[in-house]
Design a protein around this ligand. Structure first.
Ligand code: BTN
Length: 241
């Protein structure tokens, strides 16, 4: 189902695959780079992407229903968590799509969508910190690598293949049993049941309690005035209690 191309260097595998999608690249096209010069994360952030240290991979899904595009990342997070857990790494999913271990991010997922000849497509980018032995100062408190977690070197190509096999099984664009995947996502969540701080896009942060995750992947927050609402975008940080 996937056709993988390995390249040395690119600005961002998501950007390049999007360019290819706009020229008609087929569903299942995958791009893996040794290094990104302008790796991107959510909320306009950079994604630290030095040569050989991490896995930088993007996958093209087409066509997709734009309403379900958000769930692509949710289900991709389940696939990534399954693979890392199968290697004995104790990971959880921090809403919405960070894979964390020891309270730090080991993998980020960035989904982007576009339209080509009237057909929506989605690019899901997966960045795994594999063999970093140290991070820049601004990341050292929030990022961790598989090498730091396990004390051994990881083969990023082998990991890419395992992740693609897991994605094939989950089939995030058209899962056989989305309800079971949502339940697995909930079970793997490290956000539900915690006091959190919500950072809305361009709005003031506020505190609340993460009650549950809806079938659409939204995070239900109870605020101190006992109001409940669902967060569908922005960022949520788990508060140390
Ligand atoms: C995040 O943590 O906010 C998401 C990070 C996603 C990083 C991956 S690396 C491969 C792909 N290409 C990018 O530029 N970003 C994604």
């Amino acid at each position: 189902m996937f056709t993988v191309r390995y390249i040395e260097e690119i600005d961002s595998t998501n950007s390049e695959l999007k360019r290819q999608a706009m020229k008609g690249a087929p569903s299942g096209a995958v791009l893996v780079a040794r290094r990104q010069t302008a790796g991107r994360g959510r909320m306009g952030r950079q994604f630290f992407s030095p040569a050989d240290a991490g896995l930088y991979m993007s996958v093209l899904f087409r066509p997709v229903s734009l309403t379900d595009a958000g769930l692509l990342t949710t289900f991709t997070a389940v696939a990534v968590a399954r693979v890392l857990s199968s290697h004995g790494v104790d990971v959880g999913i921090k809403w919405v799509n960070d894979i964390v271990a020891d309270g730090k991010k080991v993998c980020g997922i960035l989904a982007e969508s576009g339209i080509h000849k009237g057909q929506p497509f989605a690019i899901v980018g997966i960045g795994v910190n594999c063999n970093e032995t140290a991070f820049p100062e601004e990341l050292s408190e929030i990022a961790v690598s598989l090498e730091q977690l396990t004390g051994r070197t990881w083969d990023s190509r082998a990991l890419a293949e395992e992740l693609l096999a897991a994605l094939d099984e989950v089939c995030p664009q058209d899962p056989k049993d989305p309800q079971a995947l949502m339940n697995e996502y909930r079970e793997r969540s490290v956000t539900v049941g915690k006091q959190v701080r919500v950072h809305p896009h361009g709005g003031e942060p506020y505190d609340g309690y993460a009650v549950s995750i809806t079938d659409e992947g939204g995070l239900v927050i109870r605020t101190p005035d006992d109001g409940e609402h669902t967060v569908t975008s922005g960022e949520v940080s788990v508060r140390v209690q």
